[in-house]
Design a protein. Structure first.
Length: 138
């Protein structure tokens, strides 16, 4: 398993660099994100009962895919999320949870890539999605 240097592999920066860690083994990326109570996306979502917004969960999956694509990205290229399909939220993700992702690239054609991903908390499936990316110049 290869540990990924997130600052080098992803173009995202705080507060939108959401992954805490990522690793790649064969054609699968594994990501980790500890949900801290002070996360910007929990402010007001929802007072007294905070949970991670679905769009943030999708972004965490997408950043995991970026870790997998990092070896294919030349300098000057950026990954742009092109589409989301089949998104399903199975369990809420809350402060204190450790979200673990598993993402695979399932197809590519030129600069377009299609991926499938899942997110788990304590071994329970919380979300799954299929999504696509395009690698494009800045």
């Amino acid at each position: 398993m290869i540990q990924i240097d997130l600052a080098q592999a992803l173009p995202h920066r705080a507060p939108m660099l959401l992954l805490d860690a990522a690793s790649v083994e064969a054609d699968v990326a594994y990501g980790k994100k500890r949900i801290r109570p002070e996360e910007f996306f929990l402010q007001g979502h929802f007072p007294g009962d905070p949970l991670v917004p679905g769009v943030i969960l999708c972004e965490i999956l997408a950043q995991s895919a970026c870790a997998l694509l990092s070896s294919r990205m030349n300098p000057g290229l950026l990954p742009f999320l092109a589409g989301l399909d089949g998104v399903r939220f199975r369990q809420p993700v809350r402060p204190g949870d450790l979200l673990e992702t598993e993402v695979r690239i399932i197809k590519n054609k030129g600069s377009f890539y299609w991926a499938t991903g899942k997110g788990f908390v304590a071994g329970k499936l919380c979300l799954q999605a299929d999504f696509s990316f395009v690698l494009t110049s800045k």
